[in-house]
Design a binder for this molecule. Structure first.
Ligand code: DX5
Ligand code: ZN
Length: 220
């Protein structure tokens, strides 16, 4: 089994020391930066927008994986692509014309991702499996870092893995929320390719070691 791709979430970084924290991830074993954009409408919290995203991009040496928790994300695809996104993930629940939005993301030169909230069944994606490069299964209700993983999300990963294999889709499966040294084993066993981790990385006494531990995860 390949080690999971680890994407530390900048939401948990120290915004007063953003350059320091970005450089910490640059020299870690992490693979991507996860950039959480919240609009206060789709989720009950506001995080940051383009100036902060551009500041991250100026210092980051690894791909920026942008997670848009905003309504009408199609309005901002080009702007996030220009701000340095390598991948843009939009929420299924925020897109009336999901296929069109995913196409826009690819046309902007980014990997196209779809995130599914807890209640959204994974089967709903299968008819458009050719249109996305990654699926982010939310393992919490989005809006805040530092929450506990909801175990109901784990069978969704198992099922999606089976569906994508049947559809011969190379899309990656990720999880977001409550991933730490205790929960990483079960999501790896369920079949993920990548895991987002905020609090368990930036809240750790030794973030480099925390990332190393997540990378080394094996089945429990
Ligand atoms: C929550 C965000 C997550 C969050 C994860 O809405 O999408 O990416 O930063 O944070 P932790 O790892 O603390 O649960
Ligand atoms: Zn996220």
């Amino acid at each position: 089994m390949n080690p999971p791709i680890i994407a530390p979430s900048i939401l948990a970084a120290d915004f007063a020391n953003l350059q320091r924290d970005v450089e910490l991830i640059n020299r870690s074993e992490a693979d991507w930066f996860h950039v959480d954009v919240m609009d206060g409408v789709f989720v009950p919290n506001i995080s940051f927008g383009f100036p902060v995203m551009e500041a991250i991009c100026r210092h980051a040496t690894k791909p920026l994986d942008v997670h848009l928790m905003i309504v009408q994300p199609e309005r901002y695809i080009d702007a996030f692509a220009k701000a340095g996104a390598a991948a843009i993930t939009v929420h299924y629940e925020a897109c009336t014309h999901l296929h069109r939005t995913l196409t826009l993301i690819r046309e902007a030169g980014c990997r196209a991702g779809v995130a599914l909230n807890m209640q959204t069944p994974v089967d709903t994606l299968i008819d458009i499996a050719d249109a996305f490069d990654q699926v982010l299964i939310m393992t919490i209700n989005p809006g805040f870092g530092g929450q506990k993983l909801l175990p109901l999300s784990i069978p969704k990963v198992v099922k999606l893995r089976r569906l994508l294999t049947e559809a011969q889709s190379p899309a990656l499966i990720g999880v977001d929320g409550g991933i730490d040294q205790h929960t990483i084993g079960m999501v790896v066993a369920a079949g993920i390719d990548y895991a987002v981790a905020g609090t368990s990385v930036f809240g750790a006494a030794d973030p480099l070691l925390a990332i190393q531990t997540l990378k080394k995860a094996r089945q429990p």
